[in-house]
Design a protein around this ligand. Structure first.
Ligand SMILES: Nc1nc2c(ncn2[C@@H]2O[C@H](COP(=O)(O)OP(=O)(O)O)[C@@H](O)[C@H]2O)c(=O)[nH]1
Ligand SMILES: [Mg+2]
Length: 152
């Protein structure tokens, strides 16, 4: 199985860090802005067999063109109120496709967002908290299979 997934959220919210966490199981602490659009294929082992997701990581701005995809990850940053607005804008632009909303940087105590959107998943790309849960939720949405479990 093969899916394309757009990763969308305000610059600095942690999209590239989240993807390198999935790719290398490692945290890359330094900030290097994303200039180009990168497609990162990652294969996950699941109870329904291997699933490859081609994640699109891109420089996100308010005028970013959102391409069609099989699914999307909308990322919010707990330390940025603006990121909440951007995630909603991206969701509207992308339209109704299988998706999850993650709220990243859960490891930071000083939060600007008090009430994250309903159904969103709290993650920390730094500590790895919630990462496998979020991927499992995404794969369940993409496959329309709520029994699917991620082998992490
Ligand atoms: N404390 C903390 N910092 C994070 C986390 N995820 C990303 N960062 C940091 O946030 C900054 C922006 O991350 P990056 O992945 O480049 O954001 P992008 O612009 O959305 O791709 C970097 O300095 C990361 O190290 C996290 O879960 N916790
Ligand atoms: Mg980036």
């Amino acid at each position: 199985m093969n899916f394309s997934v757009n990763v969308l959220g305000l610059a600095g919210c942690g999209k590239s860090t989240f993807l390198s966490r999935l790719q290398h199981q490692a945290y890359v602490g330094r900030y290097s802005p994303t200039w180009f659009t990168n497609v990162i294929p990652i294969t996950f082992q699941t109870s329904a067999g291997p699933i490859t997701v081609n994640f699109t990581d891109q420089k996100c701005q308010f005028d970013t063109v959102v391409r069609p995809a099989d699914g999307a990850i909308y990322m919010i940053d707990y330390t940025s109120k603006l990121s909440l607005k951007h995630a909603k804008d991206f969701e509207r632009k992308q339209g109704p496709i299988p998706s999850i909303t993650v709220v990243n940087k859960a490891d930071i105590a000083e939060r600007k967002i008090r009430t994250p959107p309903e159904g969103s998943i709290e993650v920390s790309s730094k500590s790895c908290y919630g990462i496998s849960d979020s991927v499992q939720a995404l794969l369940r949405q993409l496959t329309h299979n709520n029994e699917l479990t991620l082998i992490w």
